[in-house]
Ligand binder design. Sequence first.
Ligand SMILES: Nc1ncnc2c1ncn2[C@@H]1O[C@H](COP(=O)(O)OP(=O)(O)O)[C@@H](O)[C@H]1O
Ligand SMILES: O=P(O)(O)OC[C@H]1O[C@](O)(COP(=O)(O)O)[C@@H](O)[C@@H]1O
Length: 305
Amino acid sequence: MIYTLTLNPALDYDMYLKDDLQAEHLNLAHEVNYRAGGKGINVSKVLKNLDVESTAIGFVAGFVGDFIIRDLQKDNIKSEFVELEGNTRINVKVNGNDKETELTGVSPEITSEKLQELTSKISDLKDEDILVLSGSIPASVSSKIYKELSENVKANVEIVLDTRGNLLQDNIHNNLFVKPNIHELREMFNEKLETKAEIVEKCKFFLDKGVKNVILSRGGEGALLLNKDFVLEASVPKGQLINSIGAGDSMVAGFIAGFVKGLSPEDSFRLAVASGSATAYSYGLAEKDLVNKLYSEIEITKETF
Ligand SMILES: Nc1ncnc2c1ncn2[C@@H]1O[C@H](COP(=O)(O)OP(=O)(O)O)[C@@H](O)[C@H]1O
Ligand SMILES: O=P(O)(O)OC[C@H]1O[C@](O)(COP(=O)(O)O)[C@@H](O)[C@@H]1O
């Protein structure tokens, strides 16, 4: 079974405006959409769209938490959340003509008792399960939480880590893959990183720390996959950008779907890019038909070390 962990879920409230957001003005939406979000939950949703079962775990609270559980039930996604006091956060995403603005809410406190409940759930994972650790963490937990949880699982559980900054650097633990985007990589090394050679050089940092694959996403400019044997570079398929929120999570889901279906790293990567772009070209998250269409349009080049 695949378990996606979202320590910091959200109700994502997407607003679509005719023009870009203007501060100190009344901004009218022409379309809105609300859904259970947070990075692990998005991964579970896209996996489901690709016919791969997973269980969403993490913390929920209050009426927003109830909405999240119902939203996942509606999509037939299994969930096993630990309930907290307070309310799960609400994240507002404002999509203008070509600018996206995000307003991120405040998360409820995780007590040590509740954390223990979640930890024991994770230590029950069986060999061959996959654990996906995604997104930011609430202020009430340790900044090494992902590493601590990773050390608690059985040796044959594959662990995917998708987070940013120090949280990414400090929580690496023999991961199947990590998926920084180019902005996160630049931020991490405080360098411009314009050429492919410069980017590849920096991605080796993760391989040296024991990560098996690094997927480096570059929004509309495609993506790279790096492991100890080769570097793959993928183009993005043509399409009209609608909303790139969740594109990174879709990419994570696409690669995992390829991995569990036994595809080669190259085809799993192609599925990852197709899933990311399918989300970027949709109002919601990637759906299978569009993913399949885009899959055949992606060009991949390979360089062996
Ligand atoms: N503007 C876009 N056009 C086409 N594909 C996109 C676009 N933005 C994102 N994607 C797809 O989604 C993947 C992940 O997007 P990216 O923005 O890099 O990640 P994140 O959401 O983690 O910041 C990209 O590699 C690409 O396949
Ligand atoms: O666009 P991405 O990076 O794939 O992630 C989108 C998801 O991440 C969030 O923005 C939350 O991010 P964090 O967990 O890093 O705070 C959610 O609101 C949204 O569902």
